[in-house]
Design a protein around this ligand. Structure first.
Ligand code: FA5
Ligand code: MG
Length: 413
C-alpha cells in the first residue's frame, strides 16, 4: 500500500491497489495524486468533522429503528473498498450505457472494467444480494468534477436502504395490502407497484428523512420535497432545507426500482433508498466555508474538533494561512503550589495575546527521584496577518516562562 507512488508511475503498465494488480488500458485515467486519496480515510479519523457527522447519522438510525431483539435493524458498512466494477457502479443500478456519468470525462477509471466508485450506491445491489434488508453505507466517492468551494474530486457519501415484504408491511398497517400489479410506469409510480404500496413507502421514506434532518438541524428548519430523477429509483425526490434564506439540496432518494431487487434475489420485497453528501452536511452544521478544509492537517483546524461528540455545537473559525511556530515549556511545580492548567492558560493569554493560537498540556508525570510533579505545555504561536520570526517568539516564550516562575514558583526543566 505504501509504495503506490512508485508502482503507479506512468511508464509502468500496471496499477497496484489494495494488493491487487490492474492492467492499464485506454480507459485508464486515474492519476497518482487521486490514488493517494485512497489511504486518507477521513471517515475513520476520530474527531474529524466527517466522522462526527457519520456518528450523528448512525445515532439517528440506532435510536429510531430498533428491531425485535432490541438492536438496530440497520447494518453499517464503512470499510467497503472504493475500487468497484463498472457493473457495480452503473449496470447493477440500471444506469444506461449512454449515461453521461459513465464517460471518461466524468469518472476515474482504473481500466475498462474497474473504476473508483462515483457514489456509494455502487454497493447497493451487492448488499441486497447478500441478503441484507436494511443498511447504511459510508465511504469516499470519486468524480472528475469541477473544483470550487463545494466540489472536490474526492468526497464522502452515505447511502441508506430499507426494504420490507408483504407480511412486514401488513404488520405495520394492520390490514392486508397488495404490493404488485402489472401496469405501465407513470410519473407517480412504477407500473409493477400498487398505488397503496407506493404511498406507504413514500410516507415511510419522507418521515424517516425529515426525522434525520430534524435530528441534524433541529426541528425549526423548513423543508420541501422536489421531484428528481435517478435511474435506480422511481419516483425520486430531493430534500431541500432552508439555510440562510436559501433552499439547499441535502439528499436524493426514491423508491427502489423493482428490477434491482428482483435481480438481487429480493423480488418479494419493496423499499426505499437515499444518498447524501457528507461534506455538504458538515459544512452547514459547522459553518465550514470551503470543502478543502476537510483535508487540512493543520492543527489550527483539527484542534477545533478535538474531544467533540456528535452533539457538540461547533462554529468553525477561520485559520490563519501564516506558518505556526511550536514551542514547549517543561517545568517542575513547587510542592505547595499545584495550580490548575487554566491558571497557566491565563498567563499565556495575558502575555501572548493574539500571538498565541493554541496551548495545551501535553505531558504530566511525577518524577520518582526528585519527588516532584512535572508538566509540559505546548504553545503554538501564530499571527493572523504576518509570519513571526523565531526571535520574537523566543522573547514571548521567555516572558511566559518568567511570569509563571514569579507567580507559581516553578522550576524550568
Ligand atoms: C447520487 O450520487 C445518488 N447516488 C444519490 C441517491 C442514492 C439517490 C440512492 C437515490 C437513491 P448525486 O450525484 O446528486 O446523487 O450526489 C449526491 C450528493 O453527493 C450531492 O448532493 C452532493 O452533496 C454530493 N456530491 C456530488 N458531487 C460532489 C463533489 N464533486 N464534491 C462534493 N460533494 C459532491
Ligand atoms: Mg444531485
Amino acid at each position: 500500500r505504501y509504495c503506490n507512488q512508485s508502482i503507479n508511475n506512468p511508464t509502468n503498465n500496471t496499477i497496484v491497489l489494495n494488493g491487487k494488480t490492474y492492467i492499464k488500458d485506454d480507459y485508464t485515467n486515474v492519476t497518482p495524486r487521486i490514488i493517494s486519496f485512497l489511504d486518507k480515510k477521513l471517515l475513520h479519523r476520530k474527531f474529524h468533522p466527517l466522522n462526527l457527522i457519520k456518528q450523528n447519522i448512525i445515532n439517528y438510525f440506532n435510536k429510531n429503528f430498533i428491531g425485535k431483539k432490541g438492536i438496530t435493524i440497520f447494518s453499517i458498512y464503512e470499510d467497503l473498498h472504493p475500487v468497484v466494477t463498472v457493473r457495480e457502479n452503473f449496470d447493477s443500478l440500471l444506469i444506461p450505457e449512454s449515461h453521461i456519468s459513465r464517460q471518461k470525462s466524468d469518472t476515474y477509471y482504473i481500466n475498462k472494467e474497474y473504476l473508483l466508485r462515483s457514489h456509494t450506491t455502487a454497493h447497493q445491489a451487492e448488499l441486497i444480494k447478500m441478503g441484507l434488508d436494511n443498511f447504511l453505507i459510508f465511504g469516499d466517492a470519486y468524480r472528475r468534477d469541477e473544483i470550487d468551494i463545494t466540489h472536490y474530486p474526492v468526497f464522502h457519501q452515505t447511502d441508506g436502504v430499507y426494504t420490507l415484504n408483504k407480511e412486514q408491511i401488513e404488520n405495520v398497517i394492520n390490514s392486508e395490502i397488495n404490493l404488485f400489479e402489472n401496469n405501465e410506469d407513470t410519473e407517480e409510480k412504477q407500473g409493477i407497484h400498487t398505488a397503496a404500496v407506493t404511498k406507504f413507502i413514500e410516507n415511510h421514506l419522507k418521515n424517516t428523512l425529515i426525522g434525520l434532518s430534524h435530528h441534524l438541524y433541529g426541528t425549526k428548519i423548513s423543508h420541501q420535497w422536489v421531484s428528481a430523477y435517478f435511474p435506480f429509483t422511481h419516483p425520486s425526490w430531493e430534500l431541500q432545507i432552508m439555510i440562510n434564506n436559501e433552499w439547499t439540496e441535502i439528499l436524493g432518494c426514491g423508491i427502489i426500482r423493482q428490477d434491482i431487487l428482483k435481480n438481487a434475489g429480493a423480488g418479494d420485497r419493496v423499499g426505499w433508498a437515499f444518498g447524501l453528501g457528507l461534506e455538504r452536511l458538515a459544512m452547514q452544521r459547522y459553518q465550514i466555508p470551503d470543502i478543502r478544509i476537510f483535508w487540512s492537517e493543520d492543527s489550527g483546524v483539527t484542534s477545533q474538533f478535538e474531544d467533540a461528540t456528535p452533539e457538540t455545537k461547533i462554529i468553525y473559525k477561520e485559520v490563519s494561512p501564516q506558518p505556526q511556530c511550536i514551542n514547549d515549556l517543561s517545568f517542575f511545580l513547587a510542592d505547595d503550589n499545584i495550580f490548575h492548567s487554566n491558571d497557566f492558560y491565563e498567563i499565556v493569554r495575558h502575555v501572548g495575546g493574539n500571538y498565541v493560537e493554541q496551548v495545551k498540556l501535553i505531558d504530566e508525570f511525577f518524577h520518582p527521584k526528585v519527588k516532584r510533579l512535572s508538566r509540559t505545555y505546548r504553545i503554538i504561536y501564530r499571527h493572523r496577518n504576518r509570519p513571526l520570526t523565531k526571535a520574537e517568539v523566543n522573547v514571548l516564550h521567555s516572558r511566559i516562562a518568567n511570569t509563571t516562575i514569579r507567580q507559581f514558583n516553578i522550576e524550568i526543566r
